[in-house]
Design a protein around this ligand. Structure first.
Ligand SMILES: Nc1ncnc2c1ncn2[C@@H]1O[C@H](COP(=O)(O)OP(=O)(O)OP(=O)(O)O)[C@@H](O)[C@H]1O
Ligand SMILES: [Mg+2]
Length: 313
Protein backbone atom coordinates (compact mmCIF):
# COMPACT_ATOMS: atom_id res chain seq x y z
CA UNK A 1 0.00 0.00 0.00
CA UNK A 2 1.53 3.30 -1.09
CA UNK A 3 0.97 6.60 0.63
CA UNK A 4 -1.04 7.90 -2.26
CA UNK A 5 -3.57 5.11 -1.70
CA UNK A 6 -3.62 5.80 2.00
CA UNK A 7 -4.31 9.43 1.36
CA UNK A 8 -7.07 8.58 -1.07
CA UNK A 9 -8.68 6.54 1.67
CA UNK A 10 -8.44 9.34 4.22
CA UNK A 11 -9.79 11.76 1.68
CA UNK A 12 -13.17 10.13 2.19
CA UNK A 13 -12.95 11.16 5.81
CA UNK A 14 -11.81 14.66 5.24
CA UNK A 15 -13.02 16.55 8.33
CA UNK A 16 -14.69 19.16 6.22
CA UNK A 17 -16.83 16.98 4.00
CA UNK A 18 -20.56 16.88 4.77
CA UNK A 19 -20.35 13.13 5.43
CA UNK A 20 -17.89 13.69 8.17
CA UNK A 21 -20.09 16.44 9.53
CA UNK A 22 -23.03 14.05 9.72
CA UNK A 23 -20.95 11.47 11.52
CA UNK A 24 -19.80 14.05 13.99
CA UNK A 25 -23.28 15.29 14.77
CA UNK A 26 -24.49 11.76 15.18
CA UNK A 27 -21.85 10.82 17.71
CA UNK A 28 -20.92 14.02 19.36
CA UNK A 29 -17.38 13.95 18.06
CA UNK A 30 -15.49 13.07 14.91
CA UNK A 31 -15.23 9.32 14.70
CA UNK A 32 -14.50 6.90 11.94
CA UNK A 33 -16.88 4.03 11.49
CA UNK A 34 -15.63 0.79 13.04
CA UNK A 35 -15.03 -0.61 9.60
CA UNK A 36 -13.04 2.40 8.45
CA UNK A 37 -11.05 2.33 11.66
CA UNK A 38 -10.11 -1.30 11.14
CA UNK A 39 -9.08 -0.53 7.58
CA UNK A 40 -7.07 2.45 8.72
CA UNK A 41 -5.25 0.35 11.32
CA UNK A 42 -4.46 -2.30 8.73
CA UNK A 43 -3.11 0.19 6.27
CA UNK A 44 -1.08 2.04 8.84
CA UNK A 45 0.43 -1.25 9.89
CA UNK A 46 1.28 -2.03 6.29
CA UNK A 47 2.79 1.40 5.86
CA UNK A 48 5.16 0.90 8.79
CA UNK A 49 6.91 -1.74 6.72
CA UNK A 50 6.66 0.50 3.73
CA UNK A 51 7.29 4.17 4.35
CA UNK A 52 5.49 5.06 7.58
CA UNK A 53 6.69 7.55 10.18
CA UNK A 54 10.45 7.75 10.44
CA UNK A 55 12.17 7.23 13.79
CA UNK A 56 11.03 9.89 16.25
CA UNK A 57 7.78 10.36 14.39
CA UNK A 58 4.25 9.22 15.14
CA UNK A 59 1.01 9.25 13.22
CA UNK A 60 -0.89 12.46 13.60
CA UNK A 61 -2.88 12.28 16.83
CA UNK A 62 -5.58 14.59 15.45
CA UNK A 63 -8.15 11.81 15.34
CA UNK A 64 -7.45 10.67 18.92
CA UNK A 65 -7.67 14.10 20.49
CA UNK A 66 -9.81 14.48 23.63
CA UNK A 67 -10.62 17.99 22.45
CA UNK A 68 -10.04 20.01 19.32
CA UNK A 69 -9.80 23.74 18.80
CA UNK A 70 -12.62 25.99 17.69
CA UNK A 71 -14.04 25.78 14.19
CA UNK A 72 -13.48 26.70 11.50
CA UNK A 73 -10.07 25.03 11.62
CA UNK A 74 -7.47 27.42 10.27
CA UNK A 75 -6.36 26.79 6.70
CA UNK A 76 -2.73 26.24 7.69
CA UNK A 77 -3.59 23.36 10.02
CA UNK A 78 -2.87 19.88 8.66
CA UNK A 79 -5.93 17.83 9.61
CA UNK A 80 -5.46 14.82 7.33
CA UNK A 81 -5.25 11.55 9.23
CA UNK A 82 -2.37 10.35 7.07
CA UNK A 83 -0.19 13.11 8.48
CA UNK A 84 2.86 12.35 10.59
CA UNK A 85 3.99 14.27 13.69
CA UNK A 86 7.75 14.67 13.97
CA UNK A 87 9.42 16.09 17.05
CA UNK A 88 11.95 18.75 16.09
CA UNK A 89 13.26 19.56 19.54
CA UNK A 90 12.52 21.16 22.86
CA UNK A 91 11.57 24.85 22.96
CA UNK A 92 11.69 25.27 26.69
CA UNK A 93 11.58 23.28 29.86
CA UNK A 94 9.50 25.05 32.47
CA UNK A 95 8.57 24.54 36.08
CA UNK A 96 5.31 22.79 35.32
CA UNK A 97 5.47 21.89 31.68
CA UNK A 98 7.86 21.35 28.82
CA UNK A 99 7.24 22.84 25.41
CA UNK A 100 8.35 20.99 22.30
CA UNK A 101 8.44 21.94 18.64
CA UNK A 102 6.48 19.57 16.43
CA UNK A 103 5.99 19.36 12.70
CA UNK A 104 2.76 17.84 11.41
CA UNK A 105 3.30 16.94 7.77
CA UNK A 106 1.41 15.13 5.08
CA UNK A 107 4.10 13.06 3.37
CA UNK A 108 4.64 13.55 -0.34
CA UNK A 109 2.37 16.59 -0.54
CA UNK A 110 4.54 19.24 1.00
CA UNK A 111 1.64 20.15 3.35
CA UNK A 112 3.15 20.86 6.71
CA UNK A 113 2.62 22.98 9.80
CA UNK A 114 4.62 23.70 12.93
CA UNK A 115 3.03 23.19 16.33
CA UNK A 116 4.06 23.85 19.90
CA UNK A 117 3.37 20.87 22.17
CA UNK A 118 2.99 21.86 25.81
CA UNK A 119 3.25 18.80 28.04
CA UNK A 120 2.31 19.22 31.67
CA UNK A 121 4.39 17.13 33.99
CA UNK A 122 2.59 14.67 36.18
CA UNK A 123 5.13 12.10 37.20
CA UNK A 124 7.71 14.02 39.17
CA UNK A 125 7.63 15.39 42.67
CA UNK A 126 7.34 19.08 42.02
CA UNK A 127 4.43 21.02 43.39
CA UNK A 128 2.62 23.33 41.08
CA UNK A 129 3.18 26.86 42.27
CA UNK A 130 -0.20 27.80 40.91
CA UNK A 131 -2.19 25.06 42.62
CA UNK A 132 -3.19 26.75 45.82
CA UNK A 133 -5.15 29.85 44.86
CA UNK A 134 -6.37 28.74 41.50
CA UNK A 135 -7.56 25.19 41.96
CA UNK A 136 -9.59 26.27 44.96
CA UNK A 137 -13.27 26.09 44.23
CA UNK A 138 -12.83 24.18 41.00
CA UNK A 139 -15.09 21.24 41.40
CA UNK A 140 -13.71 17.75 41.14
CA UNK A 141 -16.35 15.08 40.91
CA UNK A 142 -14.90 12.02 42.56
CA UNK A 143 -13.58 12.45 46.07
CA UNK A 144 -11.22 9.57 45.40
CA UNK A 145 -9.66 11.81 42.77
CA UNK A 146 -9.62 14.77 45.13
CA UNK A 147 -7.85 12.66 47.75
CA UNK A 148 -5.31 11.43 45.21
CA UNK A 149 -4.57 15.00 44.19
CA UNK A 150 -4.19 16.16 47.77
CA UNK A 151 -1.90 13.29 48.65
CA UNK A 152 0.08 13.81 45.44
CA UNK A 153 0.13 10.16 44.50
CA UNK A 154 1.38 9.54 40.95
CA UNK A 155 -2.23 9.16 39.92
CA UNK A 156 -3.11 12.40 41.67
CA UNK A 157 -0.22 14.30 40.16
CA UNK A 158 -1.25 13.14 36.75
CA UNK A 159 -4.79 14.33 37.40
CA UNK A 160 -3.51 17.74 38.42
CA UNK A 161 -1.38 17.95 35.28
CA UNK A 162 -4.38 16.99 33.20
CA UNK A 163 -6.54 19.60 34.93
CA UNK A 164 -4.05 22.26 33.98
CA UNK A 165 -4.00 21.06 30.39
CA UNK A 166 -7.82 21.07 30.30
CA UNK A 167 -7.91 24.54 31.85
CA UNK A 168 -5.35 25.99 29.45
CA UNK A 169 -7.05 24.44 26.43
CA UNK A 170 -10.40 25.89 27.49
CA UNK A 171 -8.83 29.30 28.12
CA UNK A 172 -7.12 29.36 24.73
CA UNK A 173 -10.27 28.18 22.96
CA UNK A 174 -12.47 30.82 24.58
CA UNK A 175 -9.99 33.62 24.08
CA UNK A 176 -9.30 32.62 20.49
CA UNK A 177 -13.01 32.67 19.76
CA UNK A 178 -13.26 36.11 21.41
CA UNK A 179 -10.57 37.41 19.06
CA UNK A 180 -7.75 37.73 21.60
CA UNK A 181 -4.16 37.39 20.34
CA UNK A 182 -3.39 33.87 21.58
CA UNK A 183 -1.96 30.84 19.76
CA UNK A 184 -4.66 28.79 18.05
CA UNK A 185 -5.36 25.76 20.27
CA UNK A 186 -5.16 22.72 18.00
CA UNK A 187 -5.95 19.78 20.26
CA UNK A 188 -5.57 18.27 23.71
CA UNK A 189 -4.80 14.67 24.58
CA UNK A 190 -4.51 14.01 28.29
CA UNK A 191 -1.76 16.22 29.66
CA UNK A 192 -0.52 17.41 26.26
CA UNK A 193 -1.85 20.35 24.37
CA UNK A 194 -0.88 21.27 20.83
CA UNK A 195 -1.13 24.85 19.70
CA UNK A 196 -0.06 27.11 16.90
CA UNK A 197 3.69 27.63 16.95
CA UNK A 198 4.49 31.33 17.25
CA UNK A 199 7.71 31.84 15.34
CA UNK A 200 9.34 31.57 11.95
CA UNK A 201 8.85 28.84 9.37
CA UNK A 202 12.40 27.60 10.07
CA UNK A 203 11.41 26.76 13.65
CA UNK A 204 12.90 29.81 15.36
CA UNK A 205 10.54 30.62 18.22
CA UNK A 206 9.33 34.18 18.72
CA UNK A 207 11.20 35.98 21.50
CA UNK A 208 9.52 36.76 24.78
CA UNK A 209 8.83 40.44 25.40
CA UNK A 210 11.38 40.43 28.23
CA UNK A 211 14.17 39.67 25.73
CA UNK A 212 13.43 42.72 23.56
CA UNK A 213 14.69 46.29 23.68
CA UNK A 214 11.97 48.06 21.71
CA UNK A 215 12.57 51.64 20.57
CA UNK A 216 10.05 54.22 21.84
CA UNK A 217 7.77 53.84 18.84
CA UNK A 218 7.74 50.04 19.06
CA UNK A 219 7.25 50.23 22.79
CA UNK A 220 4.19 52.46 22.42
CA UNK A 221 2.78 50.12 19.76
CA UNK A 222 3.30 47.02 21.94
CA UNK A 223 1.63 48.80 24.85
CA UNK A 224 -1.35 49.64 22.67
CA UNK A 225 -1.62 45.98 21.66
CA UNK A 226 -1.40 44.84 25.26
CA UNK A 227 -4.16 47.22 26.34
CA UNK A 228 -6.33 46.00 23.45
CA UNK A 229 -5.72 42.38 24.44
CA UNK A 230 -6.49 43.01 28.10
CA UNK A 231 -9.70 44.79 27.11
CA UNK A 232 -10.78 41.75 25.07
CA UNK A 233 -10.11 39.54 28.10
CA UNK A 234 -11.91 41.94 30.44
CA UNK A 235 -14.97 42.07 28.18
CA UNK A 236 -15.21 38.32 28.62
CA UNK A 237 -14.80 38.82 32.39
CA UNK A 238 -11.18 37.67 32.56
CA UNK A 239 -7.67 38.67 33.39
CA UNK A 240 -4.57 36.64 32.47
CA UNK A 241 -3.67 35.82 36.06
CA UNK A 242 0.08 35.42 35.50
CA UNK A 243 0.82 38.27 33.13
CA UNK A 244 4.46 39.22 32.72
CA UNK A 245 6.99 40.02 30.02
CA UNK A 246 7.83 36.28 30.11
CA UNK A 247 4.35 35.24 29.07
CA UNK A 248 4.11 37.57 26.08
CA UNK A 249 5.66 36.63 22.75
CA UNK A 250 6.36 39.12 19.98
CA UNK A 251 6.29 37.88 16.42
CA UNK A 252 6.48 40.19 13.41
CA UNK A 253 5.63 43.13 15.65
CA UNK A 254 2.53 41.35 16.99
CA UNK A 255 2.06 40.65 20.67
CA UNK A 256 0.78 37.18 21.59
CA UNK A 257 -0.43 36.15 25.06
CA UNK A 258 0.67 32.69 26.21
CA UNK A 259 0.69 30.54 29.35
CA UNK A 260 -2.98 30.76 30.26
CA UNK A 261 -3.93 27.76 32.43
CA UNK A 262 -4.72 30.04 35.37
CA UNK A 263 -6.91 32.49 33.43
CA UNK A 264 -8.87 34.26 36.15
CA UNK A 265 -12.60 34.92 36.14
CA UNK A 266 -12.55 38.36 37.72
CA UNK A 267 -16.11 38.19 39.05
CA UNK A 268 -16.34 34.56 40.17
CA UNK A 269 -12.90 34.38 41.75
CA UNK A 270 -12.98 35.97 45.22
CA UNK A 271 -9.50 37.37 44.51
CA UNK A 272 -10.41 38.41 40.97
CA UNK A 273 -9.77 42.12 41.45
CA UNK A 274 -6.44 41.43 43.11
CA UNK A 275 -5.31 39.26 40.21
CA UNK A 276 -6.38 41.95 37.76
CA UNK A 277 -4.52 44.63 39.71
CA UNK A 278 -1.44 42.45 39.85
CA UNK A 279 -1.49 41.81 36.09
CA UNK A 280 -1.86 45.52 35.39
CA UNK A 281 0.84 46.40 37.91
CA UNK A 282 3.34 43.97 36.40
CA UNK A 283 2.62 45.18 32.87
CA UNK A 284 2.88 48.87 33.76
CA UNK A 285 6.08 48.33 35.68
CA UNK A 286 7.79 46.60 32.75
CA UNK A 287 6.70 49.16 30.18
CA UNK A 288 7.74 52.04 32.44
CA UNK A 289 11.12 50.46 33.06
CA UNK A 290 11.61 50.42 29.29
CA UNK A 291 10.78 54.10 29.01
CA UNK A 292 7.03 54.35 28.46
CA UNK A 293 5.85 57.57 30.19
CA UNK A 294 4.20 57.08 33.59
CA UNK A 295 1.03 58.82 32.50
CA UNK A 296 0.64 56.37 29.62
CA UNK A 297 1.36 53.21 31.64
CA UNK A 298 -0.84 54.37 34.51
CA UNK A 299 -1.97 51.39 36.59
CA UNK A 300 -4.89 53.15 38.30
CA UNK A 301 -6.43 54.31 35.04
CA UNK A 302 -5.87 50.95 33.46
CA UNK A 303 -7.46 49.03 36.35
CA UNK A 304 -10.44 51.39 36.18
CA UNK A 305 -10.79 50.85 32.45
CA UNK A 306 -10.61 47.07 32.77
CA UNK A 307 -13.01 46.86 35.71
CA UNK A 308 -15.41 48.92 33.62
CA UNK A 309 -15.12 46.38 30.83
CA UNK A 310 -15.65 43.53 33.27
CA UNK A 311 -18.73 45.32 34.56
CA UNK A 312 -17.46 45.72 38.11
CA UNK A 313 -17.72 49.48 38.41
N1 LIG B 1 2.84 28.61 21.03
C1 LIG B 1 4.14 28.82 21.25
N2 LIG B 1 4.97 29.17 20.24
C2 LIG B 1 6.27 29.39 20.46
N3 LIG B 1 6.87 29.28 21.67
C3 LIG B 1 6.10 28.95 22.71
C4 LIG B 1 4.71 28.70 22.57
N4 LIG B 1 4.20 28.37 23.78
C5 LIG B 1 5.23 28.40 24.63
N5 LIG B 1 6.39 28.75 24.01
C6 LIG B 1 7.72 28.88 24.64
O1 LIG B 1 7.78 28.04 25.75
C7 LIG B 1 7.95 28.82 26.94
C8 LIG B 1 7.16 28.20 28.08
O2 LIG B 1 5.78 28.25 27.81
P1 LIG B 1 4.74 28.63 28.94
O3 LIG B 1 5.08 29.94 29.53
O4 LIG B 1 3.39 28.45 28.37
O5 LIG B 1 4.99 27.42 29.96
P2 LIG B 1 5.41 27.43 31.51
O6 LIG B 1 5.38 26.04 31.97
O7 LIG B 1 4.61 28.42 32.23
O8 LIG B 1 6.87 27.89 31.47
P3 LIG B 1 7.54 28.86 32.54
O9 LIG B 1 7.58 28.10 33.81
O10 LIG B 1 8.87 29.10 31.91
O11 LIG B 1 6.66 30.09 32.59
C9 LIG B 1 7.52 30.21 26.57
O12 LIG B 1 8.17 31.20 27.31
C10 LIG B 1 7.90 30.30 25.10
O13 LIG B 1 9.25 30.65 24.98
MG1 LIG C 1 5.33 30.88 31.34
Amino acid sequence: MRKRDLEALYEQYDPDTPDRERMRRGRGRARLTEQARARLAEQREAAVFDDGPAAGGRWSTWDDADERGPRPYPGWLVTELAAVDGELGILKTGKEADVYLLERALPATGRTCLLAAKRYRGGDHRLFHRDAGYLEGRRVKASREMRAMRQRTDFGRNLIAQQWAVAEFAALSGLWAAGAPVPYPVQRIGTELLMEFIGDADGTAAPRLVQLRPDPRELAELWRQLVDAMVILARGGYTHGDLSAYNLLVHGGELVLIDLPQLVDVVANPQGRTFLQRDVGTACKWFRSRGLPDDVADPDRMVELLLDEVGLR
